[in-house]
Design a binder for this molecule. Structure first.
Ligand code: NAD
Ligand code: HSO
Ligand code: ZN
Length: 433
């Protein structure tokens, strides 16, 4: 059974706080395990990567088998049906069109003092794209990583994808082909993140690691941050549905289960002002769980982390949504735009009953790599900006130096930084002398 909460209940605050604090990723254990894995790969390179892959994915590799060969990719792509290929191509094109609009422009302007200032954008040199593959396969995540990276113009793209028991997913290979990526390694988990961050004999290090994954992948990215860039914490999936009375309970139940089925650590929450809908959705989830293929995973997530919250009104729902800061927020209400305007914290919003979150996972266009664990309070979903860096530019004329240099000299002296002050003063001296 999920947790049932009601904002009119005096115990609500404590129950809601416990929901927000739930340690879905068993933090302490994962932290320590990941630290050991990162250190091992950093010290022993390929040898550690191969041992860890044997332990966690049950695949025996050798250094020359870490990367897929072109022939292996060809053979796997040949297994993909024309219909599946067409669906991936449609998804890729919609993702490309959406992300192309995100490309920022360089800028330069001359201010009244005569300083020409600006900024320019350049892609990172190499990006490591993580594509999850432990409990399910994610060709869609390959597209969501690689298409924006290509749009940003990243010269080297490398993919890591686990192949549990040696099974490689043909659609992942086809997605790589469609996105134009041919450097693909059969490694996953924290050990793949370590290889990208530190490099091994076979896998050259990258500058930035992006992509979603389970608690081990998310924690590994957190720990290597600083040594390399990362996009965000994109861990076990989450969905919050806010629904009014006028909804089909079965649709809402399926939307909740669509994220619960990703991982036993996933979280699905319903908030509604309608008690009857709350009960009907909870019953529909139980009914759907009986026949769902992934009922073990989805049922564990719903039982351990699921919640149904009854509120006084939609205003209260919006306030709670901001505190949850969900990865995905579905607004199944009569006026979704108005409610969306009231909410600041969410990775992605889905407005109205005809926009199930699952559309966003595949073909909507916006990215499905999104911040989890309440990190939507301060970070955003993957975009072309994650694959670019901005460099500022400044050029002063002598007149500009005369106008703004004295203030710089003064502040430098106040900070006690004599070389800074002298660096400016030397130029001012030439101008004044
Ligand atoms: N937030 C997002 O944008 C987003 C998008 C897609 C998927 N996801 C999430 O990605 C995750 C995919 O998880 P997955 O498991 O299917 O694939 P995964 O590739 O993320 O994880 C599999 C790897 O985890 C490692 N691992 C598993 N158990 C371990 C243990 N006990 N100790 C150390 N390492 C261990 C193994 O190395 C294995 O290769 C799900 O949680 C899903 O919800 C999130
Ligand atoms: N819902 C996931 C992000 O949390 C993305 C995904 C990929 N495939 C299916 N779903
Ligand atoms: Zn999903």
């Amino acid at each position: 059974m999920p947790q049932f909460l009601d904002t009119t209940d005096p115990a609500f605050d404590a129950g809601f706080a416990a929901l927000l604090d739930a340690k879905r990723e068993e933090s302490a254990d994962v932290d320590a395990a990941v630290r050991a894995i990162l250190e091992d790969v950093r010290r022993r390179g390929d040898a550690a990567l191969i041992e860890l892959t044997a332990r966690f994915d049950r695949v025996e590799l050798t250094p020359d088998r870490l990367a897929f060969t072109a022939g292996e990719v060809d053979a796997l792509c040949a297994e993909v049906s024309a219909e599946d290929r067409a669906a991936l191509e449609l998804a890729a094109e919609r993702i490309r069109a959406y992300h192309a609009r995100q490309m920022p422009e360089d800028a330069a302007f001359t201010d009244p003092e005569g300083a020409t200032l600006g900024w320019r954008w350049r892609p990172v040199g190499a990006a490591g794209l993580y594509v999850p593959g432990g409990l399910a396969s994610y060709p869609s995540s390959l597209l969501m990583n690689a298409v924006p990276a290509r749009t940003a113009g990243v010269p080297r793209l490398a993919v890591a994808v686990p192949t549990p028991d040696g099974r490689a997913n043909p659609l992942v290979m086809m997605a790589a082909r469609i996105a134009g990526v041919d450097e693909i390694y059969r490694v996953g988990g924290a050990q793949a993140i370590a290889a990208f961050a530190y490099g091994t004999e076979t896998i050259p290090a990258v500058d930035k690691i992006t992509g979603p994954g389970n608690a081990y992948v998310a924690e590994a990215k957190r720990q290597v941050f600083g040594h390399v860039g990362i996009d965000m914490i994109a861990g076990p999936s989450e969905i919050l549905v806010i629904a009014d009375a006028d909804n089909d309970p079965d649709w809402i139940a399926l939307d909740l289960l669509s994220q619960a089925e990703h991982d036993a650590s996933a979280q699905a929450v319903l908030i509604t002002p309608d008690g009857a809908l709350a009960r009907a959705v909870a019953a529909a989830v139980e009914a759907r769980l009986e026949t769902l293929a992934r009922r073990d995973v989805a049922g564990a997530s719903w039982r351990d982390y699921g919640a149904v919250i009854t509120v006084r009104d939609l205003e209260e729902a919006a306030t709670l949504a901001d505190r949850i800061a969900p990865e995905h927020l579905e607004l199944c209400v009569a006026e979704p735009e108005a409610l969306a305007g009231r909410i600041d914290n969410a990775g992605a919003m889905f407005l109205g009953p005809w926009t199930p979150e699952a559309i966003g996972d595949y073909v909507g266009g916006p990215n499905h790599v999104l911040p989890t664990a309440r990190s939507a309070r301060f970070s955003s979903g993957l975009s072309v900006l994650d694959f670019l860096k901005r460099t500022t530019t400044a050029r002063l004329t002598p007149e500009a130096m005369r106008a703004i240099g004295p203030a710089a000299e003064r502040i430098a002296e106040a900070e006690g930084l004599g070389a800074h002050a002298a660096s400016v003063a030397a130029r001012l001296g030439r101008l004044n002398g």
